[in-house]
Design a protein around this ligand. Structure first.
Ligand SMILES: Nc1nc2c(c(=O)[nH]1)N[C@H]1C(S)=C(S)[C@@H](COP(=O)(O)O)O[C@H]1N2
Ligand SMILES: [Mo]
Length: 383
């Protein structure tokens, strides 16, 4: 037999619980949306308004928040959906009342869009941050970005529609029954207050379990962020030289760094040539879009010194990597001109390990990790 709303009798499934959990879910989704916009913008190849290079830890903070709030939203969303589940089984209004039918269809349609977009965002985001990439057929970033707008739009509609109820139940006691369904009368072993607190505690655990990827002292309690701090120089390794297919080319004595200006090779530098140039030390983070981040002490040659006086131009940075989306990135002009931007040779006082980008890699302030190109072999500018 098909359940009806009357089949659900727990007092816990109530607007009072849904709204309280919903407030925090809304805060998480809002934060996740805004920090997601930052990350998306930072990864565009060109910026109508320059993305700032300071503070150097800015992207580390916003992307850490993005992944932490997204993870905290998972238990919140599950409890929220559980608390409103009976509404899924409400019968349609009588067919003779087309106006109500249309309104009901619109309301349910918007909820269906909201729920599927929210579940999609959390599921793909979580998969990505645990480095599981089941999508070979679509671009994660493009789809995650597009669906974010759907989710936030549907969320705003939902809040607007529910505002009177939300306001009412949030200003009354949690055990108030004025807005309850008639069948929601059975008291279980758990009070509403206890359910809400347990939900917030679960969200807190989710935060601690992921925040260690960003906050060093949380590492010890972070089961989902085990990789942070591992790896040479205290910086984890994302893609290895083996996986990138650069083991031979990166260690070859024939490796050179080419600097190309307006299509002409300006200089061809060997590893020793780079070592002979003035070396500068910078403390800058690698902040992966997947949420983990780590500070490193890098040293190497200033981008500006390599470009020989060319300023105000975007730089195409090309890796030895034969294929893959990150083999080539665009370093915006304001990043190229920033004195902290290095072609790094050393990390933590040691030559870069092969997996960290030996012979040399790009490291720039306030830049998504995914754009900190390793195994660099060519820099190109057009004036
Ligand atoms: N050539 C190349 N550079 C790359 C990548 C890559 O796949 N290929 N991955 C990027 C990503 S996603 C991150 S987070 C950083 C990580 O640098 P690390 O492995 O030294 O920590 O390198 C970036 N540089
Ligand atoms: Mo990354």
């Amino acid at each position: 037999m098909r359940p009806t709303p009357a089949s659900f009798t727990s007092r816990l499934r109530s607007p009072a619980v849904a709204a309280r959990v919903g407030v925090w879910l809304g805060i998480c989704f809002g934060t996740c949306f805004l920090t997601g916009l930052v990350s998306h913008y930072a990864q565009l190849p060109t910026h109508p308004v320059p993305f700032p290079t300071s503070p150097s830890w800015g992207y580390r903070l916003t992307q850490g928040l993005h992944v932490v709030t997204g993870t905290a939203a998972v238990p919140l969303l599950l409890v929220k959906l559980w608390s409103v589940l009976p509404r899924l089984f409400e019968s349609l209004p009588p067919l003779g009342d087309p106006r109500r039918l249309v309104l009901t269809a619109l309301e349910r349609g918007s909820i269906a869009v909201l729920v599927s977009a929210a579940v999609f965002q959390l599921a793909t985001g979580l998969a990505n941050s645990s480095q599981w990439y089941p999508w070979s057929t679509f671009s994660f970033r493009a789809v995650h970005y597009a669906v974010a707008w759907v989710a936030i739009g549907a969320l705003l509609v939902h809040i607007a529609v529910k505002l009177p109820v939300i306001r009412d139940v949030l200003t009354s006691d949690i055990d108030d029954t004025a807005h309850d369904r008639p069948s929601a009368t059975v008291r279980g072993p758990l009070s509403r207050r206890a359910l809400v607190r347990t939900t917030f505690a679960a969200a807190g655990v989710a935060v601690l379990a992921t925040a260690g990827g960003t906050v060093p002292w949380l590492r010890r309690v972070s089961v989902f962020a085990v990789r942070t701090g591992d790896g040479p120089g205290g910086v984890p390794i994302n893609k290895s030289a083996l996986a990138a297919g650069v083991e031979d080319t990166a260690t070859s004595p024939d490796w050179r760094l080419e600097v190309v200006v307006d299509g002409a090779v300006l200089r061809t530098l060997s590893y020793d040539d780079l070592r002979a140039m003035p070396q500068h030390v910078e403390s800058l983070p690698i902040a992966c879009v997947e949420g983990w981040s780590a500070q490193g002490t890098w040293s190497g040659v200033r981008m500006g010194d390599l470009l020989d006086g060319v300023t105000g131009a975007d730089v195409q940075v090309t890796s030895l990597q034969p294929s893959g989306p990150y083999r080539r990135t665009t370093l915006p002009a304001n990043f190229a001109d920033d004195r902290r931007t290095l072609i790094a040779l050393d990390l933590a006082g040691e030559p870069l390990s092969l997996d960290h980008g030996y012979p040399c890699r790009l490291i720039a302030p306030n830049r998504p990790g995914v754009l900190q190109t390793k195994w660099v072999t060519r820099l190109e500018v057009s004036t």
